[in-house]
Design a protein around this ligand. Structure first.
Ligand code: AKG
Length: 309
């Protein structure tokens, strides 16, 4: 039997009894009812090979080429190996503009805003879907991880019907810090109910949504959380073309990037809502969306040089 390589979260190795693999969707991807059933049952759907692989690889190359220009990624850039240094501040100058520009790349947007993904997300709603204009591009260097949180408080200002599309931009093994989902966390009603019942249209200050999304789930480390709740920490090895779609009420973050060759993990997450719902939320729509913190692309971690985060 091949040994399963260890996976860590917040520098804690996950005990094998608390680790699980995300469930792969096995039905027809054109079957909206089946997609909806699975997302309702599990809080997420892992779809293998549903995006154009070549487009995804081209997007990866585009992003890493930009990071290569500022000295953060070695040649050949598509391998995504970090240099550990950066001249982004000197070369790019305006970090906000640089990150907005990278996040607006043509090849990247062909994946995130192309018809393939939008049509697929529409099946989850049972009606035409629309992506937010603001997207979250995440180059994660070794040692970094995303803390656990629920998405709903961030994105539920106007439309409450929100799904996240998490797109691995290249191959990501579990040792390199991909998406982590807490099994059955869409059933933690003691945490979900206060989040669901809050009025985010009238009260959506960044501090309010940050607290709602992060505070309770991070009161203990993820391994202790899984032990206390009797659930597992779920992830998978990803290939270009794969996709995870998840609800705003599933707790998620990432594993630690423990790459032994300094590979930077690259993914992008995009929110979708029904096209018929309001796009008045200037945090997420428009040519220069403000983001939940108000600083637009400049407020994202990705806007900082890779060696500073
Ligand atoms: O990719 C990650 O590190 C986390 C993604 C995430 O938090 C999200 O898609 O909402």
């Amino acid at each position: 039997m091949t040994a399963v390589p260890p996976a860590c979260v917040q520098q804690i190795e996950i005990p094998s009894n608390l680790r699980g693999t995300l469930c792969e969707y096995a039905d027809d991807i054109r079957d909206g009812a089946a997609l909806q059933r699975q997302v309702d049952a599990n809080g997420y759907v892992l779809l293998r090979g549903v995006l154009d692989q070549e487009q995804v690889v081209t997007a990866r190359k585009e992003v890493f080429a930009r990071l290569g220009e500022v000295g953060e990624i070695n040649e050949p850039v598509e391998h995504g190996i970090g240099t550990g240094t950066s001249c982004r501040r000197e070369v790019a100058g305006d970090l906000n503009a640089f990150w907005r520009d990278v996040s607006s790349g043509k090849a990247l947007r062909a994946v995130t805003h192309g018809p393939q993904l939008c049509t697929l997300l529409g099946r989850f709603f049972g009606e035409a879907a629309r992506p937010h204009d603001l997207i979250y591009l995440r180059p994660m260097s070794v040692g970094r991880a995303t803390r656990l949180h629920y998405d709903f408080p961030f994105f539920a200002g106007y439309s409450k019907r929100i799904y996240t599309a998490w797109i691995p931009l290249g191959e990501i093994d579990q040792s390199e810090g991909p998406l982590l989902i807490i099994e059955d966390s869409h059933k933690f009603m003691d945490w979900i109910e206060p989040i669901r019942s809050h009025d985010y249209q009238s009260d959506r200050e960044n501090e309010v949504v940050q607290r709602a999304a992060y505070e309770q789930p991070n009161s203990v480390d993820p391994v202790t959380l899984a032990e206390q709740r009797g659930v597992r920490l779920l992830s998978a090895d990803f290939q270009p073309g794969d996709l995870v779609v998840f609800s705003g009420f599933i707790l998620h973050g990432s594993l630690d990037n423990c790459s032994t060759i300094d590979r930077v993990r690259l993914s992008c997450d995009v929110r979708f809502q029904p096209a018929a719902d309001s796009t008045a939320d200037s945090r997420y729509f428009g040519t220069n969306p403000a983001g939940s913190a108000g600083g637009g692309y400049g407020a994202m971690k990705g806007a900082l040089p890779l060696n500073e985060i």
